[in-house]
Design a protein around this ligand. Structure first.
Ligand code: ADP
Length: 706
């Protein structure tokens, strides 16, 4: 047993000298057995520090197991594992040694190789990760695998949904046939295989011809075409979604295969190779996911870029449009300024704070202040106090949204006094809020002067005419009595014509004088409390004869409404309107004269009583505390007035038919006088008519509350 034991066995005495040893011991120490006895074992041990391990064992005399180094006669030191059993016989100790150097080396070698593989793997992974380009990643993978595995061919085979596939990346040694870009039919890679690989199967075939491998004959023939003897196949899976997988929707899909071929001879694939291939296939899976993400990202970037470009284009267009619009605006502003500056009227824009925001050149000419100086000034800062106060009611009306026109007097920078006609036009925004108003001021001093001269002239002429006319009229009347002699019938007729014409002339002169007096403002209305009913009765009494002459029925409905008016002038107005109604009615017709009292709300303006919105007269005051108006109406069944003439007939000498003056004996001044009288009473007068059916003339006067 001693002789045949693999371990080295030594018997030592108390001093550590060999008593005996077996063959294995002699081999371990490199000495012949004959020279063994009597030699000190400590001469062969590697001392760890000052104490020899063997001396320690002998001193303690305890059984021990351990390791120390042994230095053979020749060769390198060895690591040995020992078992020490003291005193197996008196003064005899047993030492069994086993050489473990080889095993240790093997372990170290293995460790070194593993470290190398890890380094290799991380190096390859890094290379793969350094690129986002899938093609480059695949190429790096096959090249590196081929290099590390020393395989004849390494390729990446992409599997398409229809089962066909293609080698899309390949690293092959020059003496072997490349299969890159070759398209393979479905049969090469049956559906069953696909399913297995999709589940993660790895196939390592050491020899394709080995019947135990179970490759179909056709597949063996196929691989023979490429001299393939051994192959290692790992799947490359694609992660489909982050949702949990279902049967119908597996989490992974087989994207392709990473394949290593050995062509010259069969090859037994080792675990490390399998592991490397698997891990690299996983890296490709990650790269695929990243590529997919990158694809999405690129798509997104492309879409976003296109959108941004579109937005940019639109913006550019907008900028161009705006620049053009601004240029056009500048040009039109320039033109506007040129035009407004060329006009001999004051043109301004005043904001809702009564501050000037635009003025034309005329302001500089008239007031001695340039538009730039006036800009931002309040009206009060530009105009004299009295002038500013006269403006105020109209400014307020304009800022309340009304178009207003009025006359004013202003003092220019040279001290001259000017009559002006002013119009304010409110400026409304989209919400119909007043932002300010446009102000137009016209110098009407010359017109005023002419008007004054004309009025004076008319006054003088009319007065000069009236006296001889009155005597002429009286003379004709006396002649008509026959007291100064009888006239022939022809003479009577001529006298009649002369009398009519004189009467018309007298009326005309009277009308002209009336109008001129009222217009010149020389007439002061003597307003007193009077009853509408009384005036109506008096007017009908005056007109009764004329009505009968024209075969017209005169109907009046007097009502006790107290008014604040000059009774003579209101009577004149009623007579004028009744006379027109009778004149323009056919015989057999009826003319009505009515009055009504009507309460109006404070906010109701008289405009609401205009012909466009006729109100039904109400005799009873529903709200006695509110201001009331008396509403007179003269209605006939005559020929009527065309709509477009309804306003015009209130102007001087305006008649619907120019022959009216001759046929009906009118002057065309009656309605003008009526309007002037009513306006002086703060009332309103207007006409409504249906052609062929009749007309209604209405006027309102302020009434006294009950
Ligand atoms: P005239 O003295 O001509 O009547 P007015 O100023 O009173 O002058 O009237 C002006 C014109 O208005 C008349 O010539 C006539 O054409 C028209 N007119 C006035 N009242 C009536 C009416 N009741 N019916 C039809 N036309 C009328």
């Amino acid at each position: 047993m001693l002789e045949n034991a693999v371990d080295a066995i030594a018997l030592l005495d108390d001093h550590g000298c060999f008593l005996d040893g077996n063959q294995a011991l002699c081999q371990l120490l490199g000495i012949p057995r004959t020279s063994l006895a009597g030699r000190l074992f400590s001469a062969f041990t590697v001392a760890d520090g000052a104490v020899n391990p063997l001396d320690l064992l002998l001193q303690t005399e305890q059984p021990a197991i351990g390791m120390f180094g042994v230095r053979p006669v020749l060769g390198v030191p060895l690591d040995v594992e020992y078992t020490f059993t003291p005193k197996v016989l008196p003064s005899t100790h047993l030492l069994i040694l086993r050489n473990i150097s080889q095993h240790q080396r093997a372990t170290e070698e293995e460790l070194r190789r593993q470290r190398q593989r890890v380094e290799l793997f991380s190096e390859v992974t890094l290379k793969i990760r350094q690129s986002l380009q899938l093609k480059e990643i695949l190429h790096t993978t096959v090249t590196e695998v081929q290099r590390i595995l020393q395989a004849d061919r390494v390729l990446i085979y992409q599997v398409f949904p229809d089962g066909t596939g293609k080698a899309i990346s390949e690293a092959v040694l020059p003496n072997h046939r490349p299969i890159l870009e070759m398209q393979f039919p479905e049969e090469v890679f049956p559906v069953d295989y696909q399913r297995l690989y999709a589940q993660g199967r790895v196939r390592a075939i050491a020899d394709v011809h080995e019947p135990a491998v179970g490759l179909a004959q056709c597949l063996v023939e196929f691989v023979d075409q490429f001299d393939i003897k051994a192959k290692l196949i790992v799947p490359i899976l694609q992660n489909l979604s982050s949702h949990p997988p279902t049967e119908a929707n597996p989490q992974h899909q087989l994207w392709g295969l990473l394949i290593a071929h050995q062509c010259n001879s069969p090859r037994h694939w080792v675990d490390f190779e399998l592991e490397l291939m698997q891990q690299l296939a996983d890296q490709i899976s990650i790269a695929l996911a990243q590529a997919q993400l990158l694809g999405h990202l690129e798509e997104l970037v492309e879409v976003r870029t296109a959108e941004l470009q579109e937005v940019n284009r639109n913006l550019q267009q907008e900028i161009n449009d705006r620049m053009q619009a601004e240029a056009a605006l500048r040009q039109s502003e320039e033109q506007l300024r040129l035009i407004t500056n060329a006009l001999p009227v004051l043109i301004a824009y005043v904001d809702d704070q009564q501050k000037y925001r635009f003025n034309n050149q005329a302001y500089a000419d008239w007031l001695g202040q340039t538009p730039d100086e006036i800009w931002g000034y309040h009206l009060q800062q530009v105009w004299a106090t009295d002038c500013y106060h006269r403006m105020q009611p109209y400014v307020k009306a304009a800022l309340a949204g009304q178009v207003v026109t009025y006359e004013n007097e202003i003092v220019l920078h040279d001290g001259s006094l000017r009559s002006v006609d002013v119009t304010y036009i409110p400026h409304l925004d989209e919400q119909q809020l007043v932002k300010g108003f446009f102000a137009l001021t016209n110098d009407i001093s010359d017109r005023k002067a002419i008007e004054r001269m004309k009025d004076e002239f008319i006054s003088v002429v009319s007065h000069e005419l009236r006296t001889p006319l009155t005597s002429l009229h009286s003379a004709l009347k006396i002649l008509a009595t026959g007291r100064l002699g009888t006239l022939t019938s022809g003479g009577q007729q001529l006298l009649g014509i002369a009398d009519d014409s004189t009467e018309r002339l007298v009326r005309l002169v009277n009308n002209v004088l009336d109008l001129q007096r009222i217009e010149s403002g020389n007439v002061v209305m003597d307003r007193q409390v009077c009853n509408a009913a009384e005036l109506m009765i008096r007017a009908t009494e005056v007109m009764q004869a004329m009505a009968e002459q024209h075969e017209i029925t005169l109907v009046t409905q007097p009502l006790d409404v107290l008014i604040w008016a000059d009774s003579d002038y209101i009577l004149q107005t009623l007579i004028n309107l009744l006379s027109n109604a009778i004149k323009f009615s056919s015989p057999g017709g009826t003319v009505w004269l009515t009055v009504a009292a009507k309460a109006i709300a404070m906010t109701t303006s008289l405009d609401e009583l205009s012909p466009i919105k006729p109100l039904q007269p109400t005799a009873k005051l529903s709200m006695p505390h509110l201001p009331t108006i008396a509403w007179f109406q003269v209605r006939d069944q005559g020929q009527g007035i065309p709509t477009d003439q309804l306003e015009r007939i209130f102007e001087r000498f305006q008649q619907v038919d120019s022959s009216d003056s001759r046929k009906k004996g009118g002057t065309g001044l009656g309605l003008t006088i009526c309007r002037k009288i009513i306006e002086q009473h703060d009332g309103k007068i207007w006409a409504e008519s249906v052609l062929g059916q009749g007309s209604t003339f209405s006027f309102t006067l302020p009434a006294l509350p009950e």
